[in-house]
Design a protein around this ligand. Structure first.
Ligand SMILES: *[C@@H]1O[C@H](CO)[C@@H](O)[C@H](O)[C@H]1NC(C)=O
Ligand SMILES: *[C@@H]1O[C@H](CO)[C@@H](O)[C@H](O)[C@H]1NC(C)=O
Length: 374
């Protein structure tokens, strides 16, 4: 018998021991295969910018009018800027791209992708993993550079899934669809309430993938059709998105991640918790700024059932935070905890990107012997 090296032996044994190893290997959090479209189609698969072979883009399958856009390319007078790296794709009317992948059945996942509106006024993107889908509005510009990263979550009902991004648009100009780049996936671990905190995922540590090469965070759109939140435990119950940010690119009050309320009263994040009627509780949380030149007098409004507190915070746009506490008596078996920003804010460095106060480190505890407040 041929001698095998120690490394080979370890490799063989681990493959034999673990039938699902390929899944674990395939599903490390991160970019899809060729998720940033840096591997380009062969020139024979292109007619101008149009990809004419359904399998022309490595690792992807396309349908309809899909363009392969390189950085610096022009459309009329407009310079097309690519969010990341040297290339992206554009989905024309009814065009789609898809990729199959192995996942762990039953687990929840969050997708993150970067998209930019081009010439259409109201663009949406239908992101689906059968039988779930979510139609995400991408017409609102949150950042001045024209693109944003978005998160959408789902629960895998099969071992192999197909992730499909489809532009349901019907523009007169078929070349007016959204630009798509940097598609990534992340496992969402289920959060739990503990003895030390009745709020699940109170520090927002569990959440969607944040692309390491982006500096604009990940938008978590309102739950329109999907019931799986990319920020486990929390719901975005407003008209507009909230922004999920990380310590690598922003200031966050606690841990690695936090939420920025970027659209005033239209941008709220909520969680419903079990409470005991008549009991006194203390909701504590941190309010700060993300160190992203978002300056001014901010107010975060926190709600616990019918009780509310307004927490003022003076932001110099350079990071920092304060803590606040809302003490309340529960009036039902379920209490809705919610945060929103009273005002709209714009970054002082570009006057076009929406921004706002940061909320983090949310804790809820019952108070055993509430002192009587005279
Ligand atoms: C979104 O895509 C899914 C899967 O292809 C489809 O079932 C659903 O009808 C689409 N929804 C809209 C609004 O286009
Ligand atoms: C981030 O950018 C660097 C330098 O441009 C590149 O080498 C790296 O592959 C990028 N990482 C991702 C995850 O895109």
């Amino acid at each position: 018998m041929q001698r095998i090296s120690k490394m080979q032996a370890i490799a063989i044994v681990s493959v034999l021991l673990c039938a699902t190893c390929h899944i674990a290997i395939a599903f490390k959090d991160g970019m899809f295969n060729n998720g940033n479209f840096e591997l380009s189609p062969k020139s024979s698969d292109l007619k101008g910018t149009e990809v004419i072979n359904p399998h022309g883009i490595p690792e992807w399958e396309i349908s309809g009018f899909v363009e392969y856009i390189k950085a610096g390319q022009k459309q009329g007078d407009m310079l097309l800027v690519v969010p990341e790296g040297a290339a992206a794709v554009r989905l024309g009317n009814e065009a789609s791209i898809k990729q199959r992948m192995a996942v762990t059945k039953g687990m929840r996942y969050s997708l993150t992708f970067t998209a930019a509106r081009t010439c259409a006024q109201e663009e949406t993107l239908n992101v689906s993993v059968a039988p779930d889908f979510g139609v995400l509005p991408i017409q609102t510009l949150y950042s001045s550079n024209g693109w944003d990263s978005y998160a959408w979550a789902f629960q895998a009902l099969f071992d192999v899934i197909e992730v499909l991004l489809h532009n349901p648009g019907k523009e007169e100009d078929p070349a007016c669809g959204p630009l798509i780049d940097s598609i990534a996936i992340k496992v969402l671990n289920p959060p739990k309430a503990t003895n030390l905190n009745l709020i699940k995922n109170g520090g927002y540590e569990e959440g969607p993938y944040i692309l390491p090469n982006t500096s604009w965070g990940t938008l978590v759109p309102p739950n329109i059709e999907d019931d799986h939140s990319p920020i486990p435990g929390w719901m975005v119950e407003s008209l507009k998105a909230v922004k999920y940010i990380d310590l690598d690119h922003f200031s966050v009050p606690e841990g690695q991640r936090a939420v920025e309320l970027v659209a005033g009263k239209e941008s709220a994040i909520a969680q419903v918790v079990r409470t005991i009627t008549g009991k006194t509780y203390e909701l504590s949380f941190a309010v700060g700024d993300a160190s992203n030149s978002c300056e001014g007098s901010m107010i975060v409004e926190a709600f616990a059932g019918r009780d509310t507190i307004k927490v003022p915070y003076e932001s110099k746009g350079k990071g920092g935070y304060k803590r606040a506490v809302l003490r309340f008596v529960a009036i039902s078996a379920r209490t809705r905890i919610m945060f929103l920003s009273t005002f709209y804010h714009m970054r002082s460095d570009d006057f076009a990107s929406l921004c706002g106060p940061v909320v983090d480190d949310v804790k809820l505890l019952s108070v055993r012997n509430p002192r009587r407040l005279v």
